[in-house]
Design a protein around this ligand. Structure first.
Ligand SMILES: [Zn+2]
Length: 273
């Protein structure tokens, strides 16, 4: 599941493969960029912001009106980038999912099933990403600001608020479910009834940070198959703490997993009663 840590890892893979190199070819397989040719462009760096990937490029003089450009992509649920050595077989995904191929003398980067693939002036990144809350894995991570943004809509469920990238950028469904289990919070708890928002977002940051640099996402400390999560993907299996069957239900646009015993339903508010 591509969440902030996966995107961070992907940005690092692309950075190692391409940063500082001049592209010898590109092949875009999306209509909006079909005629774009990045041959001769230099890759400055690869970075992530929340779940957005930013490959920053320098155009050769005369190729474009400005020189600093960003190739933006989003992995959503199913996208991926892979880096290969020249001549190596591409094993990442089926070929029909390829959206872009970038070639340099030392590496070939292949983007599969990417979303929001766009080439924009680097100066316009803020227009595209300025709505995002503090990036859990960014240099500018600010837990107080993330808690402040969450608290601004106290009636929203914490399960939905954590996925809203305008509050904090990088939490996806897996970390949302795991974080709420670890905090003993029902996903249906209104944000205004969460006792320690700052502690919650701080733990979110620690969970993502712990998974930087590896592709197996674990919140339990175990990397063994079937033991990497407390509740996510474990419907009807016994809670690792209390043995209660893990529940799964829709919440907003996503499914959520929780332990009905460790994460009891929120007390009704006076207004609701
Ligand atoms: Zn439990």
């Amino acid at each position: 599941m591509p969440e902030g840590d996966t995107v961070w890892n992907t940005a690092r893979v692309l950075h190692r493969a391409l940063a500082g190199t001049r592209l010898t070819g590109s092949d875009f397989r999306v209509p909006t960029l079909a005629t774009t040719d990045l041959s001769g462009w230099t890759v400055r760096e690869s970075a992530s912001r929340g779940k957005h990937l930013l490959l920053r490029l320098t155009a050769p003089p005369q190729a474009a009106p400005t020189t600093a450009w960003t190739l933006h992509s989003h992995l959503r649920m199913d996208g991926a980038w892979r880096a290969y050595a020249p001549g190596e077989r591409w094993t990442g995904r089926p070929a029909h999912l390829i959206r872009v191929v970038l070639r340099s003398p030392e590496a070939v980067a292949v983007g599969y099933h990417l979303h929001e693939l766009a080439l924009l002036p680097t100066a316009d990144e803020e227009r595209l990403l300025g709505h995002l809350g503090p990036d859990l894995l960014g240099d500018d991570w600010d837990p107080a600001e993330a808690a402040r943004r969450l608290a601004a809509a106290p009636e929203v469920t914490i399960g939905e608020a954590l996925l809203d990238q305008r509050n904090l950028a990088g939490v996806g469904n897996l970390y949302k479910c795991e974080l709420l289990f670890l905090r003993g919070l029902s996903p249906w708890t209104p944000v205004g009834a969460v006792p320690d928002l700052a502690g919650t977002v701080t733990l979110a940051q620690r969970l993502l940070a712990a998974n930087r640099g590896r592709w197996t996402q674990s919140t339990t400390g175990s990397l063994r198959r079937g033991q990497t999560s407390y509740v996510y993907g474990r419907r009807a299996q016994p809670c690792r703490r209390c043995g209660t069957a893990i529940a799964k239900e829709e919440l907003g646009e996503r499914v959520t997993y929780w332990c009905p015993t460790c994460q009891p339903p929120p007390a009704p508010t006076p207004a609701a009663g």
